[in-house]
Design a protein. Structure first.
Lengths: 430, 145
């Protein structure tokens, strides 16, 4: 097809929040791709200055209604490193359980309600619900069990309040966690079904040569701890993050673009975790993946829906394992006295690695804060993907090409409410 | 009866629903605060017959306009632009309709906002509109179903 065109998606639906995507085509060549997003975390960095470190978990939890725990966890770990605090092993397990709740909520929402409609030919989950009611009912029940874990651990569902620097304000009773078991067993079975079901969907033939970046822990699938590794030889402590990754401003977006220094864009999130940590998944999750032919390296981003389902299996199995061996800690929290220091930490939010750095003074007041959310880190990678993907769509009618590009962006489950504000996609053809 | 104020306090006029819920509480009415995400809303109103939802909206009306919709009627407002999530109040109502999870009575008080920037203040028109919405709800509660 000759001439140029522009693909615009004015309101990119089914991403968490909103942003804008603009693609300019000159014939079959992609002339320009711009993902334009706003970045609240930058403003939160300013809110945090001058506040006591103990307030950081609650303040940063408000950055996102979907992944508040990720923000709390990265904040808490970074501050604990600044203060030189070591937490009890039982508390560490409780934090993993807390994270399981958030992953279940977030992945259930994305797999069934935000992403599945793309593969089944529906505009949204409302249309999906009219034809496939049991699918949506399952999603809601799964999401609810995630909520319940967060509620037990956090005190309330949205913006949990119980996690603190040094541990938790209070630890749950054994009986509170036991009550979750039967629903979690149902959730595990349902997640296993989800792996099978998502693997039968039709995926566009689109593989890219990604640099996958994720945490890696010697014994477990990563949540709160581990070294930061990639398939291209990266292997660093969180403290070295800013030495190896660079952020730069681009004119068209409020968010900073992230690159691996000397290399370029990279991918964080479920695909990166799965490809780099397959051997650390529990047997039940590994088997489920292998049964449907899913094994690392998965290079087709559209298959991330299957990988998210595998991670749902993991999160349910891990929650059951932790609850099964739970003994309430002698003290839910260790003291966190004021001390001057700098701490940096990375945890695995549902959408990928979330980096926090804090400098605190001798009174415990935050001097500087830095937050790099997963969606900003994927932003350049999304543009790189779209540059390639849109060129395959040059001959398609504009509305279908636009729809396809929206779908490609949704594979990232971009949490635009932490990385951006309005998402609108525009494809322009001259 | 359940009264739910939805929104995000950090996003300018999107705080409208939360401010209204807080004002109602100060007046002695039980009102809950929530983000406004679809699954959360359906969970909150499950088993309740009579529900009022308050949220910031963008419909093109002058800032500070308060509109009241009957949730049982077919879709009346397209988006709740202030909502920070893909599935907001409007989608919650439509999803609940598709799943037979709509309360028997549901009214949505929409407060027209204009500024949803992170960290910005609530517009004066919206502050006044919160009072109007609160007065409307108090009158409605007093009148009974």
């Amino acid at each position: 097809m000759n001439g140029s065109r522009t693909i615009k998606v004015d309101t990119l639906a089914r991403v968490e929040g909103e942003g804008a995507l603009y693609i300019k085509m000159a014939g079959e060549r992609v002339a320009d791709v711009k993902l334009r997003i706003y970045e609240p975390p930058r403003l939160f960095e300013a809110f945090l200055r001058g506040r006591h470190f103990s307030e950081a978990p609650d303040i940063t939890a408000r950055i996102c209604g979907i992944c508040p725990i990720a923000y709390q966890m990265s904040a808490i770990h970074a501050i604990e490193r600044a203060l030189g605090i070591k937490i009890a092993p039982e508390v560490r397990l409780l934090r993993r359980l807390f994270y399981c709740g958030e992953w279940i909520e977030s992945h259930a929402l994305h797999v069934y309600m935000l992403h599945a409609p793309d593969f089944l030919g529906y505009q949204d989950v409302i249309e999906l619900a009219r034809d496939h009611r049991p699918v949506v009912e399952k999603a809601l029940r799964l999401k609810k069990i995630g909520n319940r874990i967060v509620q037990v651990m956090g005190g309330r569902e949205i913006h949990p309040i119980s996690a603190a620097v040094g541990g938790f304000h209070k630890a749950p009773a054994k009986s509170q966690l036991r009550e979750l078991v039967s629903e979690l067993e149902w959730a595990l079975e349902t997640s296993l079904e989800a792996v099978k079901w998502t693997s039968t969907l039709e995926f566009p033939d689109f593989e890219q040569d990604y640099e996958f970046v994720a945490l890696r822990h010697p014994e477990e699938y990563p949540f709160n701890e581990g070294r930061l590794v990639s398939n291209r030889g990266l292997d660093i402590d969180a403290a070295e993050y800013e030495d190896r990754f660079a952020e730069f401003h681009v004119k068209h977006s409020n968010a900073l673009h992230s690159v691996v220094r000397g290399r370029g864009s990279y991918l964080v999130g479920p695909l990166a975790r799965f490809n780099l940590n397959f051997d650390k998944l529990p047997e039940v999750a590994q088997k489920a993946a292998l049964q449907v032919g899913l094994k690392p390296p998965v290079k087709n981003l559209f298959r991330s829906i299957v990988v998210r389902a595998v991670e749902l299996v993991f999160a349910c199995a891990e929650a059951l394992r932790i609850i099964g061996q739970y003994e309430p800690p002698a003290a839910p929290r260790v003291a966190a006295p004021n001390r001057r220091g700098v701490g940096k930490a990375i945890t695995e939010a549902p959408r990928g690695i979330l980096y926090h750095r804090y400098a605190v003074d001798e009174n415990g007041l935050i001097v500087t804060a830095k937050i790099v959310p997963p969606t900003s880190q994927n932003q350049k990678r999304i543009e790189d993907d779209l540059r390639e993907y849109a060129s395959h769509l040059a001959a398609w009618p504009l509305d279908e090409a636009t729809w396809k590009c929206e779908q490609a962006v949704r594979c990232y489950d971009p949490c635009i409410s932490c990385a951006t504000h309005f998402l609108k996609v525009v494809i322009e053809r001259e | 009866m359940l009264i739910l104020g939805c929104g995000n306090r950090q996003r300018g006029d999107d705080a409208a629903g939360i401010l209204a819920a807080e004002r109602l509480r100060a007046l002695g009415l039980a009102a809950e605060v929530c983000v406004g995400e679809a699954a959360e809303l359906m969970e909150a109103w499950s088993g309740v017959d009579d529900v009022i939802v308050i949220d910031a909206v963008v419909t093109g009306a002058p800032t500070g306009t308060v509109q009241v919709w009957d949730g049982q009627r077919p879709p009346v407002f397209a988006t709740s632009a202030g909502s920070t999530h893909g599935l907001g109040v409007a989608q919650a109502i439509e999803l609940a309709r598709a799943l037979d999870r709509l309360p028997a009575r549901l009214r949505v008080y929409g407060i027209e906002g204009k500024n949803f920037e992170i960290g910005s203040a609530v517009s004066p028109e919206v502050e006044r509109a919160v009072e109007d919405a609160v007065n409307g709800i108090v009158a409605e509660v007093k009148a009974g179903p």
